[in-house]
Ligand binder design. Structure first.
Ligand code: NAI
Length: 338
């Protein structure tokens, strides 16, 4: 049994962030993991206290610890400061966003054989924030696609497939219309694919992918795509396995990784005690695998899956009427029997 003590930066976020963090930390602690959490500020909360949405203390903590568990941070829609999530991903060059979607026993969905992983480019595309006002009625929004980032993410997707016993990597673009930007992404995929003869390759247009995903999702394995498509399609895929409350994600770079749920700060359910901590918990499980705490990761996952399979103590988004605290307590109870 590992006796390591880990130093991990914790961003509690806002909206439902502090609620789901409290639940997830209780489960991690009950599993016997020893983690020194370095609680740092980011987003509107940081702005109110320090006057900066991404304080230098937060940056320093991440530089030191290199691992972050992060709750959602609200980004003002249509005005205000640019996304702190995007700033973090770009600052720490977290070029790949891994978003697995696999059916979970006990969660009823239209399909029961979904098992796919989206590898989303995480640093450029329209998230580069290159917009300019030409005049009152005209805006130029620039979609930035570079060869180096496209090659890097395609290579990451093939390596991921190899290391995780996956059979196929499929690239999704709109290269019929965006002939230069998406065209280059597609060409990078084709070039990189030559280095991985053991993995099947497939190409699909993003609109067709969406239709195929809601009709026959089990045909897909690993999917790689530019940033914006990856953002949208991963919410669709969260819907295939039970919704945003359960979807996990990992932002991985060369020297640093940030683990966070796919969902946002859910202001509509803030403070009601019903926010499902599963998405953040499953992201924490990815974090434990990343630091090679595989035994603890499996134990927590087994406890979570047992509660979901029994279906007696579920939060509202999964059709139950338990509070997030009751759901959390049930997972902790199960830790002693899994
Ligand atoms: P959202 O993901 O926060 O919520 C969408 C819907 O899913 C809502 O009905 C919400 O109640 C539900 N939901 C989300 N998480 C849930 C959970 N754990 N349990 C139960 N139900 C859950 O998306 P929305 O409302 O579009 O965005 C709200 C804010 O979050 C925006 O400011 C957005 O920019 C930000 N955001 C932040 C992200 C991050 O920090 N990584 C990611 C996505 C959005």
């Amino acid at each position: 049994m590992s006796s390591a003590v880990y130093n991990i930066t914790l961003l509690e976020g806002d909206g439902i962030g502090p609620e789901i963090v409290k639940n997830v930390l209780a489960i991690l602690s009950a599993s016997g993991l020893k983690i020194n959490w370095d609680r740092c500020l980011a987003g509107a909360v940081a702005y109110e206290k320090i006057g900066n949405v991404l304080p230098k203390e937060t940056i320093k903590s991440i530089e030191k610890n290199k691992i972050v568990l992060k709750a959602p941070i609200t980004t003002p829609v249509g005005y205000g400061f640019s996304s702190v999530n995007v700033q973090l991903r770009r600052h720490f060059n977290l070029f790949s966003n891994i978003r697995p979607s696999k059916n979970i026993e006990g969660i009823k969905t239209p399909f029961n054989n979904v098992d796919l992983v989206i590898i989303r480019e995480n640093t450029e595309d329209v998230y580069a924030g290159l917009e300019e006002k030409i005049d009152e009625n005209t805006i130029h929004g620039i979609k930035l696609i570079t060869r180096s980032a496209s090659e890097r993410i395609c290579d990451f997707a093939f390596k991921y497939a190899l290391n995780n016993n996956r059979r196929e990597v499929c690239v999704a673009t709109k290269a019929n219309i965006s002939k230069l930007a998406d065209g280059m992404f597609l060409n990078c995929f084709r070039e990189v694919a030559k280095n991985y003869p053991q993995i099947k390759k497939r190409e699909i247009l993003i609109d067709n992918l969406c239709m195929q995903l809601v009709q026959n999702p089990s045909q897909f394995d690993v999917l790689v795509m530019p940033n914006l498509y990856g953002d949208i399609v991963s919410d669709l895929c969260a819907g295939l396995i039970g919704g945003l409350g359960v979807a996990q994600s990992a932002n991985i770079g060369e020297n640093c990784a940030i683990f966070e749920a796919v969902h946002g700060s859910a202001p509509d359910i803030k403070g009601l005690g019903i926010a499902n901590p599963t998405g953040l918990l499953r992201s924490a499980i990815l974090m434990l695998e990343y630091i090679s705490e595989n035994e603890k990761a499996k134990k927590i996952e087994n406890a979570l899956y047992l509660v979901l399979k029994e279906g007696k103590t579920l939060t509202k988004d999964l059709g139950g009427n338990s509070s997030a605290d009751e759901f959390t307590k049930e997972i902790i109870n199960k830790l002693s029997i899994v």
